[in-house]
Design a protein around this ligand. Sequence first.
Ligand code: GRF
Length: 203
Amino acid sequence: MLTIGILISGRGSNMAAILDAIRDKRLPVRLAVVISNNPEAAGLKTAEAAGVPTRVISPKSFGDKHSYEAEILSELESFFVELLVLAGYMRLLGATLIDAYRNRILNIHPSLLPEFKGLNAQKQALEAGVSEAGCTVHFVDESLDGGPIIAQRKVPVLPDDTEESLSARILREEHQVYSEVIGLYAEKRLQIQDGTVTILPSH
Ligand code: GRF
């Protein structure tokens, strides 16, 4: 069974949805460890309550990004993590993790990439006046929210939407699509070629 690790920074609702999918046997993977850069992340409690080992690794305790990420890497390796899942991890990954886990890191972003990269994507969508928004699961590379796209889900933007209402509508889709994509990865159905992802048929 595929062993995954999750990096979080805060609420952890995507992590919780993944945990639910594992518990309900909709997602045949093992979540080995949840690591947060932020000791206050609410998701840490959720993981602990589910019996998943947690670690807090704060960048403040390290002199540079490489030594910070080397510590994360050593934890991931100690748990034999094969796929690294970013779920609201609010830091840009550096070369240490990306090189060690090339094409084995997933991220979810609350926009229809390549539109609205970076912070406050839902607010960016509202301000741009688009009629559709959504979320994207992608492989992580050196670029900010720019790695190969795996799956997207769309939602309508309604006339009276606020950042909160739009974010909530997108989040419902995030919670479904992330587990689905992790499942595809576990089934070895994601193929990357020249920066493009193909989803292979099930057999
Ligand atoms: C989500 O909107 C995700 O797309 C973005 O950060 C948010 C994390 O939320 N990367 P949560 O911590 O999973 O609740």
